[in-house]
Design a protein around this ligand. Structure first.
Ligand code: FAD
Ligand code: NAP
Length: 321
C-alpha cells in the first residue's frame, strides 16, 4: 500500500538548488521533504576539485561539499527521502508527485530543482559502447584508464576539467573540439595547454565510435572545416558536451523554452502556476554554477514562504468569518 507523505514544502532534487531551498525552508518552519532522485547531491558529486564555491580558501571536493550541504539541511529539520519522481500533478495545491517506490508526495508548494543530466552526441556506436569505453563521467570511470590513451570530446569547462583530471590516470589525453577555440575559463585553458600529457584536435566532430565486443578501439572524426575524415585510436572516450535540463516530467504541464529549461518570471523562481517554483540548472541556461543554483534555491524558498503565508492567512480569515 502506497505511503502518502504530506509536507508544506515539497522539493524535487538534492543538488545545491534543492538543498539550499531546504535549508531556508526548514529554518522558516516549512518542514520540507527533499526527494533526492538518482543522483543524491547532484552534479557536483561527479566532480573532484571545486575552487569557486565561496567560503573555502583551499580547494574542496564536490562530493564533500554536497555531503556537508545535506547534513546542514537535515540539521535544521529537512526530511531527505530516497526516491525518484516519475509523475507530477500540478493541479494543486496540494501538488502531488508519484515516486518510483510507489509512494506519493503531497506538497502545499512545490520546488523543482531537478538540475541537468549529461548530454550525449547521439552518433553511431555511442550507446552500444556505453560502459565499454564510452563514458560521460571521468571522475567515475577515469580510474579504468591507468596508463592508457583516452579522448575527451567538448570545449567547455567540463571537457577541460575532465581532460585535466584523467591525466592522473591516463598516459595520453586528446581533447577533441568542433571549433578552434575553447569556451572554458581561461585559468582552466592555461592548465590544459601547459599539461604535457594533453593535446588538442581542433575543428573535429565525432562521426561515430569504433569498437566491438571487446569495447572501444577508436573514434572516427570529420573535419568541421574541410569535411575530411580521420580516425584516432583510443581506449576510452569521455563525452563532455554539456548538460540538458531534467524537465521530462514537466512537459505539457509547465512552459519550457526552446532548450527545454523551465520558464520562470524574469528575476524570480516563479513558474506560471502559483505555488510551483523552479531553481538551479533546471531553469538557468546561462550561469549553471553551484553558487547560482544555491542562490536561486534560496529565492525559491523565500517566495514559497510568502506564498504559503498568504494562502494560510486567507484560509484563516475565511474560517473566522
Ligand atoms: P543538480 O546538481 O543537477 O541536481 C539535480 C538533482 O535533481 C539531483 O539530486 C537529482 O538526483 C535530482 N533529480 C533529477 N530528476 C529527479 C526526479 N525525477 N526525481 C527526484 N529527483 C530528481 N559548478 C561550480 O560552481 N563549480 C564547479 O567547480 C563545478 N564543477 C562541475 C563539474 C562537473 C563535472 C559538472 C557536470 C558540473 C559542475 N558545476 C560546477 C556545475 C554545478 O554542478 C551545477 O551548476 C549545479 O550542480 C546545479 O545544481 P542543481 O541543484 O540545480 O542541479
Ligand atoms: P557547455 O559550457 O555548454 O559546453 C559544452 C561544450 O561542448 C562546448 O564547447 C560545445 O561546443 C560542445 N558541444 C556541444 N554539443 C556538441 C556536439 N553535438 N558535438 C560536439 N561538441 C559539442 O557545458 P559544460 O562544459 O558541461 O558546462 C556547463 C555549465 O557548468 C557551464 O555553465 C559551466 O561554466 C559549468 N561548469 C563550471 C565548472 C567550473 O566552474 N569549474 C566546471 C564544469 C562546468 P561549442 O563551444 O562549439 O558550443
Amino acid at each position: 500500500m502506497a505511503t502518502v507523505h504530506k509536507t508544506r514544502m515539497l522539493i524535487i532534487g538534492s543538488g545545491p538548488a534543492g538543498l539550499s531551498a531546504a535549508i531556508y525552508g526548514a529554518r522558516a518552519g516549512m518542514e520540507p521533504i527533499v526527494v533526492q532522485g538518482l543522483q543524491p547531491g547532484g552534479q557536483l558529486t561527479i566532480t573532484t576539485d571545486v575552487e569557486n564555491y565561496p567560503g573555502f580558501r583551499d580547494v574542496i571536493q564536490g562530493p564533500w561539499l554536497m555531503q556537508e550541504m545535506q547534513a546542514q539541511a537535515e540539521h535544521v529539520g529537512t526530511r531527505m527521502l530516497w526516491d525518484t519522481i516519475t509523475e507530477v500533478s500540478l493541479d494543486g495545491p496540494p501538488f502531488r508527485a508519484h515516486g518510483d517506490s510507489g509512494d506519493v508526495y503531497d506538497g502545499d508548494c512545490l520546488v523543482i530543482a531537478t538540475g541537468a543530466q549529461a548530454r550525449w552526441l547521439g552518433v553511431p556506436g555511442e550507446a552500444e559502447l556505453g560502459g565499454k569505453g564510452v563514458s560521460a563521467c571521468a571522475t567515475c570511470d577515469g580510474f579504468f584508464y591507468r596508463g592508457k590513451k583516452v579522448v575527451v570530446i567538448g570545449g567547455g569547462n567540463t571537457a577541460v576539467e575532465e581532460a585535466l583530471y584523467i591525466t592522473n590516470h591516463a598516459s595520453e589525453v586528446v581533447l577533441i573540439h568542433r571549433r578552434d577555440s575553447l569556451r572554458s575559463e581561461k585559468i582552466l585553458q592555461d592548465r590544459l595547454f601547459a599539461n604535457p600529457k594533453i593535446s588538442v584536435l581542433w575543428n573535429k566532430q565525432v562521426d561515430h565510435f569504433i569498437g566491438g565486443e571487446k569495447g572501444l578501439t577508436g573514434v572516427a572524426l570529420i573535419d568541421t572545416l574541410t569535411g575530411a575524415p580521420s580516425e584516432v585510436a583510443t581506449d576510452g572516450a569521455f563525452v563532455a558536451i554539456g548538460h540538458a535540463p531534467a524537465t521530462e516530467l514537466f512537459k505539457g504541464k509547465l512552459e519550457l523554452d526552446a532548450g527545454g529549461y523551465i520558464v520562470v518570471a524574469p528575476g524570480t523562481p516563479k513558474t506560471a502556476i502559483p505555488g510551483v517554483f523552479a531553481c538551479g540548472d533546471v531553469m538557468d541556461h546561462t550561469y549553471r554554477q553551484a553558487v547560482t543554483a544555491a542562490g536561486t534555491g534560496c529565492m525559491a524558498a523565500l517566495d514559497a514562504e510568502r506564498f504559503l503565508a498568504e494562502r494560510e492567512f486567507a484560509a484563516a480569515r475565511l474560517a473566522a468569518e
